[in-house]
Design a protein around this ligand. Structure first.
Ligand code: GDG
Length: 523
C-alpha cells in the first residue's frame, strides 16, 4: 500500500471515521525525523542511507516481525516523496516547507518547548504563529499515522515535537493502541504552567494509552500537571480520562529509562583498530598523564561552559598542569539557525580560545576543541582514550553519552563524572556525582577522578557497566511495547514479544538517536 502521508491538513476533520484512513501496517513509529538520511552521489543522484541509532536498532526486529512503518520528516525542506522500503522498514516521509521548519521545528519545538522543558535555562519564546504551525504539523503527522495503520495497529509516537499527535490520532482512529515516549524531561508544574497552551499539550498526550518518561520525577511532574489542569483522577501510574458516553480510559504514565545498544559499543571497543586509534589520539595530544573528555551536542543544556570554567580555574590555580592534563571537547553542531545556539557557540569558543591562549604551551594544548560530528568508531576510540569522562548537563532527559562511555570501557577503567541533573544519574550511582552549578565541587570531583587509584576506578566501572549492559535499549523498547500491549486484549499482547536484538558487529552505525530525531535536521 502507498498511503499518502500528507494530504491537506485541513481535511483532518472530514476524514474522521473515513474508512479510506486505513493502511497495512501493524506497528507504526512516528518521529520528527526519519531513521534514514538522504544522500546524493557524485552525479547528483539521491538515495537513502539508513542511520540506525539505538532506537532503530531496538525497533528493527519488531518492525520486521510485525510489518512496521516509520513516519517522519526527511530532514530537508519541501521533500515531497512517495513512501518507500529501506532495509526491511517501510518509510513514509512527511514533507515540511521552509516556513514550517522555521515555525514548528526551530520555533515551537526548539525555542519554546526545549528551553521550557529544560528548566528555562534559556528563555522560551512564546509566539502564536509558532504554536499554529505546531498544531498544523502535528495534524499532518497524525493523519499520516492514521493512513498507514492497519485495524487495531500499535502506533508509537516519539518525543516533544509531536505531543498533540496521540489525541489527534485517537480522534481519527479510535481502534489504535497509542504509545508516546518523551525523550526530554517533563518540567515541574511551576515552569510548565508558563506555557499558554499547557492544557492542549496535556490533553494531546492523554490521547495515548501509555506515556513514557525518562525519570520517575518526569512522570510525577506530568501527573501533577494533569491534576492541576483537569479534574481527572490519578493514581500512580494510572490516569482516568473520562470519555463522553462511555467508560473512562485508563492511561499509564510512567518512567521507561532509555538506553543504548550497549553490546555494540563494547564490540567496537574490543576491535584492535579502534584501540590503536585510541592510542594514536593520546599520542596526538602529546601523551598527557590524563585525558579528560566531553562529548555533547553544542547545546546550552549540556553545561559545557560550567565544565570549561572549572577546568580553566584548576589550571589558573596551578592545581593541574597543562603538560599533565588535556581536555578534549567534542561539541557537535546543533540547531545552528536558532539564535540561542549561535550565541552559545560564540561564548564557548571565546572561552576555549582564552583558556588555550592563557595556558597552552608549544607542546601541549589545554583544550582540544572540535566543532564536528564524528563517526561512531571515532567516538568509541575517544571513549577508550579518555581517563575521565565529563557529563555536566544542567538538565538532561537521560544522557546517552554517559552510558556509551561505560559500555565502551570493557577494560573496567576510566572515571565517569556525572551531573545529578541527568536521567542517567538515577541508574549510574557509582559515578562521581556533581552539581554543575557548584564549580568548586566540580573542580574537586575532577581532581578526585584524576588521582583515583586503579582499584577504585575498576570497582566503580565494573558496577556501572553491569547496569548499562543489563539495561540496554532492547530491554527499554520491549518493556514499553509490552506495557502498551497489556492495555489491549490478552490475545494481541501475546504477539508483542520483541525478538533478540541484532547487534551491529561491524559498528557501521554512524549516527545516534539524537542525530536522527534532531541534529540531522540542522544540516
Ligand atoms: C536527547 C535527550 C536523551 C554526539 N555527537 C556525536 C554523536 N553524538 C551522539 C552521542 C549520543 C547522542 O549523540 C547524544 O545523546 P544524548 O543522550 O547525550 O543527548 P541529546 O542529543 O540531547 O538526546 C537526551 C536522548 O535524547 C535519548 O532519549 O538521552 O536526554 O536530550 O548517542 O554519542 N555521535 C556521533 N558523532 C558525533 O559527533 N557518531
Amino acid at each position: 500500500m502507498n498511503a499518502t502521508p500528507h494530504s491537506n491538513p485541513s481535511t483532518t476533520e472530514q476524514a474522521v471515521g473515513d474508512s479510506a484512513l486505513r493502511g497495512d501496517y501493524e506497528f507504526v513509529v512516528v518521529s520528527n525525523r526519519l531513521p534514514v538520511d538522504r544522500v546524493t552521489d557524485a552525479d547528483g543522484n539521491p538515495s537513502w542511507k539508513q542511520s540506525p541509532g539505538g532506537l532503530v536498532t531496538a525497533l528493527e526486529p519488531v518492525m520486521r516481525q510485525r510489518d512496521g512503518a516509520w513516519i517522519g520528516w526527511g530532514g530537508q525542506p519541501d521533500l515531497d516523496l512517495e513512501p518507500f522500503d529501506n532495509d526491511g522498514i517501510h518509510i513514509i516521509p512527511v514533507p515540511l516547507s521552509a516556513d514550517e521548519i522555521e515555525n514548528y521545528y526551530e520555533g515551537f519545538s526548539n525555542d519554546t518547548l526545549w528551553p521550557l522543558y529544560h528548566d528555562v535555562i534559556a528563555a522560551p519564546g512564546f509566539h502564536r504563529v509558532w504554536w499554529d504551525s505546531y498544531v498544523l504539523i502535528n495534524k499532518r503527522f497524525a493523519e499520516a499515522a492514521a493512513a498507514a495503520s492497519s485495524e487495531g495497529a500499535i502506533v508509537w509516537v516519539q518525543d516533544y515535537q509531536l505531543q498533540l499527535v496521540p489525541k489527534m490520532l485517537r480522534e481519527l482512529r479510535p481502534d489504535l493502541t497509542i504509545g508516546f515516549f518523551n525523550h526530554i524531561p517533563f518540567p515541574p508544574y511551576g515552569i510548565f504552567s508558563q506555557l499558554p497552551w499547557r492544557l492542549q499539550i496535556v490533553e494531546g498526550l492523554l490521547g495515548a494509552d501509555v506515556i513514557g518518561f525518562q525519570r520517575v520525577a518526569d512522570a510525577g511532574n506530568f501527573s501533577r500537571a494533569v491534576r492541576r489542569l483537569t479534574s481527572h483522577v490519578t493514581k500512580n501510574p494510572h490516569i482516568e480520562v473520562p470519555v463522553e458516553n462511555g467508560p473512562s480510559r485508563r492511561v499509564i504514565a510512567k518512567a521507561f529509562p532509555i538506553s543504548i545498544d550497549s553490546q555494540s559499543y563494547e564490540e567496537l571497543a574490543r576491535q584492535p583498530h579502534i584501540q590503536a586509534r585510541a592510542k594514536e589520539i593520546r599520542e596526538g595530544l602529546g601523551n598527557p598523564k590524563t585525558v579528560m573528555l566531553g562529548v555533547d551536542r553544542l547545546d546550552y543544556t549540556k553545561g559545557i561552559g560550567h565544565r570549561l570554567k572549572a577546568f580553566g580555574e584548576l589550571l589558573a590555580e596551578g592545581r593541574i598542569d597543562v603538560e599533565d592534563v588535556t581536555l578534549v571537547q567534542v561539541a557537535s553542531p546543533s540547531r545552528e539557525r536558532v539564535t540561542a545556539y549561535m550565541q552559545l557557540r560564540d561564548e564557548i569558543e571565546l572561552t576555549v580560545g582564552r583558556i588555550n591562549g592563557d595556558f597552552s604551551t608549544m607542546s601541549h594544548t589545554a583544550i582540544s576543541y572540535h566543532h564536528h560530528g564524528y563517526p561512531r568508531e571515532e567516538m568509541v576510540a575517544l571513549y577508550l582514550a579518555a581517563d575521565v569522562m565529563l557529563v555536566t548537563a544542567l538538565r538532561d532527559g537521560m544522557n546517552l553519552v554517559a552510558k556509551e562511555y561505560c559500555a565502551a570501557r570493557f577494560d573496567n577503567d576510566g572515571v565517569l563524572i556525572l551531573s545529578e541533573f541527568t536521567g542517567a544519574w538515577d541508574e549510574l550511582k557509582r559515578s562521581l556525582r556533581i552539581n554543575p552549578h557548584d564549580i568548586d565541587g566540580l573542580k574537586d570531583a575532577i581532581l578526585q577522578a584524576i588521582s583515583m587509584p586503579r582499584r577504585d576506578r575498576a570497582a566503580r566501572m565494573r558496577s556501572l557497566r553491569k547496569r548499562v549492559l543489563e539495561n540496554d535499549v532492547a530491554k527499554w523498547s520491549t518493556s514499553f511495547i509490552e506495557t502498551l500491549g497489556a492495555t489491549r486484549a490478552p490475545a494481541v499482547h501475546a504477539e508483542l514479544v520483541v525478538p533478540e536484538l541484532d547487534a551491529d558487529p561491524l559498528g557501521e552505525l554512524e549516527w545516534t538517536v539524537d542525530l536522527r530525531f534532531d541534529r540531522k535536521a540542522d544540516k
